[in-house]
Design a protein around this ligand. Structure first.
Ligand SMILES: [Zn+2]
Length: 83
């Protein structure tokens, strides 16, 4: 096991993805975020979906995301994140 203290968790990826995609993360946090993506295929998929959503709506906001899309993202998240 790597030292997880230096890594963000999948939950943190979900929390940070909006800021990351809007390039609002400090460089150090963005680096940790990208580091996580190097070994977590689930989050790569999640971030790709979020990026697509952002591109579609222009700016990410929970209220701007169609319920259908939100549900798809939640389902994708549940799909890989068990326990
Ligand atoms: Zn992850």
């Amino acid at each position: 096991m790597p030292d997880m203290a230096e890594h963000v968790s999948c939950r943190e990826i979900v929390d940070l993805v909006t800021s990351y995609l809007e390039q609002e993360l400090p460089a150090a946090e963005a680096a940790l975020f990208e580091q996580h993506l190097n070994f977590c295929d689930g989050c790569v998929t999640y971030v790709d979906q979020m990026r697509t959503t952002v591109a579609a709506v222009g700016r990410l906001g929970e209220e701007d995301v169609p319920p259908e899309t939100q549900e798809r993202l939640r389902a994708a998240f549940r799909g890989w994140k068990r326990g």
